[in-house]
Design a protein around this ligand. Structure first.
Ligand code: SAM
Length: 454
């Protein structure tokens, strides 16, 4: 990496120094030695010694001596980008994407990290969160061994769903880190090859705020354009521009225009074909749905006759897989109308499957679903299930809960709530469903703790 702007206000951080962060402003440069990775895609460093102010440094690896440019100042911490590397980690590589750099696209956090080291980075973050937020001992975390497993296909070309933002000059691109500023790009290196072939990034998009593209595992490609606020006319090139046909997608919000493909795509997972709305939820990595289904089944071990709740069930992916083993009542709870409609269609032929259209917390509180239940799959959005839902699930006394988590911090907080309710984290698997980014998917098995004092 070329040292950038050395000498431009560079300050050294040393244990003996006074707190040098007091008079810093955005854009100042400091020299730092980075420590462990932390949740969010950065390494932790300190200014002015071990008790100094925390700096979260992007584009760095643990143990590197870097010049870092301050990007944000907060009361308790700073954010910075490593703009020059003086002592590089052996795990540092040249990012395959030219936009993955300080001030560039914010989509990938770890392009500068060798793929195996990305997985070690994520495992370290999961361990730290389970200890700090989940309340687990270092010894127990060692026993659980949350090594992060790679999915087939390598670190590039996996992303099957992408959302380009459109800037004021109508150019599509991706957003800078923690910003609404659009970075125009030629193509996204982690996007699926069928998405790269589209002409989405080579044209202008007047009247459009975002373009969403999907390449499904069933071979479909769909492009949707979201109209800019206040833009009355449909985006040029959209099918709705033809007065004979109404292709504006009323059923899914009304403000998206279908540019290419069908509003519904086919996905292949768990040994069958799924029909899901192009803008609805589906796992982004082409191998993720099968990987997570396998993990849930291996951890839950559903037995014939066992009743299951699939909470935050989407199109019913886990419900179908569990019901195939149990042959018994399996209830999906899903709140988005598109997800509910997809689940009802996809589970139509699955014996015992039913779909409840509700928020999970409301369905539990109002007893729209009630025990007895043997198995629960919890697959909440990034915010996690939360204490109310965890307590209600624990109170229903299932034999086991499989918790599928796209945010390990939310998982760790919910694991702590389960522990408060007398449950324990019995097993944990982690998967690199989002290579090149800081994100990691975990599947946790939680069971009532027979040793808990009640
Ligand atoms: C991470 S996705 C999982 C979907 C599904 N399990 C799958 O793997 O395909 C989370 C799902 O929860 C739904 N959702 C979000 N908040 C919800 C809530 N409070 N109650 C019920 N469903 C919710 C979303 O619409 C989305 O379908």
């Amino acid at each position: 990496m070329t040292p950038a702007g050395e000498g431009a206000g560079v300050r050294l951080s040393s244990p003996a120094a006074e707190d040098p962060s007091q008079d810093l402003v955005e854009g100042d440069r400091v020299e730092l030695v980075t420590g462990a990775p932390a949740h969010g895609g950065h390494c932790v460093a300190r200014l002015g010694g071990e008790h100094g102010r925390v700096v979260f440094v992007r584009h760095a690896l643990p143990g590197e001596r870097v010049t870092a440019e301050i990007t944000e100042l907060h009361r308790g911490y700073l954010r910075a980008d490593a703009v020059a590397v003086h002592d590089a980690s052996p795990d540092r590589v040249t990012p395959p994407c030219p936009y993955a750099r300080p001030g560039g696209c914010g989509g990938c956090d770890l392009q500068h990290v060798a793929p195996a080291a990305q997985r070690e980075w994520k495992a370290a973050v999961v361990r730290e969160l389970l200890q700090r937020l989940g309340g687990l001992s270092a010894e127990r975390i060692g026993e659980l061994d949350p090594a992060v497993r790679a999915l087939p296909g390598g670190p590039l070309g996996w992303r099957s769903r992408i959302r380009y933002a459109v800037d004021a000059a109508d150019r599509p691109g991706l957003l800078k880190h923690r910003s609404h500023e659009v970075v125009p790009i030629d193509f996204c290196r982690i996007a699926h090859p069928r998405l790269r072939e589209l002409d989405v990034t080579s044209r202008l998009w007047p009247g459009v705020s975002a373009v969403e593209a999907v390449a499904s595992t069933g071979g479909d490609v769909t492009v949707l354009a979201r109209a800019a606020r206040g833009a009355g006319a449909p985006p040029p090139g959209s099918a709705d521009a033809d007065p004979a046909g109404s292709m504006l997608d009323e059923a899914h919000g009304g403000d998206r225009a279908l540019i290419e493909g069908a509003p519904e795509v086919r996905e292949l997972a768990a040994g069958r074909e799924w029909h899901v709305p192009a803008e609805g939820f589906w796992q982004i990595h082409p191998a993720a749905a099968d990987t997570l289904v396998d993990a849930v089944l291996a951890l839950l071990r559903p037995e014939p006759g066992e009743v299951c709740w699939d909470l935050y069930g989407g199109a019913g992916l886990f419900a179908a897989a569990v019901a195939a083993r149990t042959g018994a009542r399996t209830t999906v709870v899903e709140s988005s109308p598109a997800g509910v409609a997809a689940a009802r269609r996809n589970l139509a032929g699955v014996a015992g499957a039913e779909v409840v259209a509700a928020r999970v917390d409301a369905a539990l509180a109002r007893r729209r679903i009630a025990g007895p239940v043997d198995l629960v799959v919890l697959d909440p959005p990034r915010s996690g299930a939360g204490a109310k839902v965890v307590r209600a699930v624990a109170a229903a006394r299932p034999r086991a809960v499989a918790y599928v988590a796209c945010d390990p911090a939310a998982l760790a907080r919910d694991v702590r709530t389960f522990a408060d309710e007398g449950w324990r984290l019995e097993a944990l698997r982690a998967y690199d469903c989002f290579p090149m980014t800081q994100h990691v998917e975990c599947v946790a098995l939680l069971v009532p703790d027979a040793t808990a004092v009640s």
